[in-house]
Design a protein around this ligand. Structure first.
Ligand code: ZN
Length: 133
């Protein structure tokens, strides 16, 4: 499920794009199976955000250690570290969500209620006129 998340697919059904309708736009559920990614748990985004922070800091630390080992001068070292701090979160943003969704599903398997909610979401997707907001 984590591997599916790394490929930005739905951790549950493997559906392409998962709950993302674009790189940044999230729907409330997977576009293939309808599984809601929050599943009534407000802390979900915190998990995804924490993972984003770890990936960003991890890449910066990795770069700093590598540049010390290979003797990269200070200015390029800082320029690359700065751009990592900006671009890594932008690139990994959807992945932190889809991977965290896989971890969350592994820890908390979906309940009957989650499946019912998924059915409802798919029904709503199929008939857009019922969407009021
Ligand atoms: Zn799915």
């Amino acid at each position: 499920m984590i591997l599916r998340g790394l490929l930005r697919r739905c951790a549950w059904c493997g559906g392409k794009g998962s709950f993302f309708s674009s790189w940044y736009r999230k729907e409330s559920g997977c576009q293939t199976c309808g599984m809601n990614w929050e599943r009534g748990y407000e802390g979900f985004e915190l998990g995804a955000a924490t993972m984003g922070v770890f990936i960003t800091f991890g890449s910066i630390i990795f770069w700093m250690v590598a540049s010390v080992i290979f003797g990269v001068p200070l200015v390029p070292l800082l320029l690359v570290a700065g751009s990592l701090a900006v671009f890594v979160p932008i690139i990994t943003y959807p992945l932190t969500y889809s991977v965290w969704f896989g971890i969350d599903l592994a820890i908390r398997p979906p309940s009957e209620k989650d499946f019912a909610q998924a059915e409802e979401f798919l029904a709503q997707m199929a008939s857009p006129q019922t969407l009021t907001k």
